[in-house]
Structures are given as structure tokens and as C-alpha cells.
Design a protein around this ligand. Sequence first.
Ligand SMILES: CC(C)(COP(=O)(O)OP(=O)(O)OC[C@H]1O[C@@H](n2cnc3c(N)ncnc32)[C@H](O)[C@@H]1OP(=O)(O)O)[C@@H](O)C(=O)NCCC(=O)NCCS
Length: 203
Amino acid sequence: MMQAQVVNLKLPFFAAPLTSVPPLIIETERLILRAVGAGDGQLLFDLYANDLATSKYMSFKVTGRVDESEFFFFFFGDFFQGKNDVPIRQFSWIVREKSSGEFIGSAGFGPINDTTVSGGYILNRNFWGKGYASEMWKTLVQLLQADPGVKRIEAYHHPENPASGGVMKNAGMRCEGLRSKGSVYPNISDNCIPDMLYSWNRA
Ligand SMILES: CC(C)(COP(=O)(O)OP(=O)(O)OC[C@H]1O[C@@H](n2cnc3c(N)ncnc32)[C@H](O)[C@@H]1OP(=O)(O)O)[C@@H](O)C(=O)NCCC(=O)NCCS
């Protein structure tokens, strides 16, 4: 059962379709998610962002340098603000295993237009195959489903990364098939690669 810490914050910037501030701390059966903040960059770098095998199919490039990783644009800022106080519209949580207290990965989402939110997740390899990604992504999907402003949730994965599709399916998303527009997977190619699209749509 998800327990969300209630915070009395107002959305500090335009974040449609979200109509409320996502919780800073979310508890699931086996995990604790807390909002990524300034100072988490090195931790996330060590957890996965410096490991090409883990981050191969992610949308950030593995450079071997924490300060060069575009990825950390999201994480050097606090929950609501990016570098130099430029607002970002990405909400990310760092995830901890309750039983050990260890950090295991992260997950997040951000609006891509006025109706739709898209998101993703990544775990340190030591924690794969335990259902953790499904547990955390399902929880974030439920959070978005509870926000009446959100009409559609999307997630994409590289065709050679089917485990990610399993996570989306476990969260109740439906496979729409190959998306010809695709995404850039910068650790593989500079060009867009067609990828698998999963979605949830409000009835
Ligand atoms: C993808 C990733 C998040 C999965 O994490 P995980 O905690 O091992 O996933 P789960 O244990 O929740 O399992 C996901 C589902 O996919 C299934 N699965 C795993 N490998 C699979 C494969 N090769 N083919 C098809 N299904 C697979 C699992 O069996 C499970 O389904 P089930 O519950 O019906 O058995 C993890 O491998 C990872 O961090 N990869 C690197 C980052 C990444 O690729 N992120 C996604 C970018 S789109």
C-alpha cells in the first residue's frame, strides 16, 4: 500500500498536466522513494550513470565524468529547479531498499505536453530481477493516475531492452507497438532509433 508524505507546497511553475505537487517521499512495500536533490549527483553517478552496461539504453550519455553528464542537469538542482534556478519539469526520486537501507536506483517522470506525462527508471545491476523496478514504476503510475489532469502516460524502451517493457506491463501500461519516431539512445547512436511505446490512457 502506497503511503505518501503530504507536503503543503504550491506548484512553483507551470507543470500541466499535473495539478498537484508529487510527494517528496513515497513508501512502497519494499522501497522508499525520496525526491532527488542537490548533492545526489555523485551517488547516482556511482549507482549507475558511470556504468555503460547499465545505462546503455538510457537517454543520457555515459561519459565517465560526473560534471559532463547531461543527465545530471536534472539532479544537481533540487526537486523543482534545475541549474541556475531554471525551472525544470522533471520529478525524480532516488530509491532505497527498505530492508538494507541501500540506495538502488531512481525513477521519475515529467510532462511532455498538456495532457501527457512520460517517465522512466533505472536500477543498479545488483538489484535487477527482484521486481523492484515494477514496484517503483507502478507506484509512480498510480500517482499519475490519481491526478485528474493527467490524461495519458507514456514510456518507451529500446527494442533490445525487453525487461523494461515487462516493467511497463506490470504497471498496467499497454503496448502500442513500435514508435517510428523513436528516441535518441546516445550510448548507441546519435540518430533516433524506433522504439517500443507503452501507454496508459484515461477512459
Ligand atoms: C529494466 C530494469 C529497470 C528492470 O528492472 P527489474 O527490477 O529487474 O525489473 P522487474 O524485476 O520489475 O521485472 C520486470 C519484468 O520484465 C521481465 N523481464 C526481465 N527480463 C526480460 C527479458 N529479457 N525479456 C522479457 N521480459 C523480461 C521480468 O520477468 C518481469 O516480468 P514478470 O514480473 O512478469 O516476471 C533494469 O534492468 C534496469 O535498470 N536496466 C537498465 C536501465 C534501463 O534500461 N531502464 C529502462 C529504460 S527504458
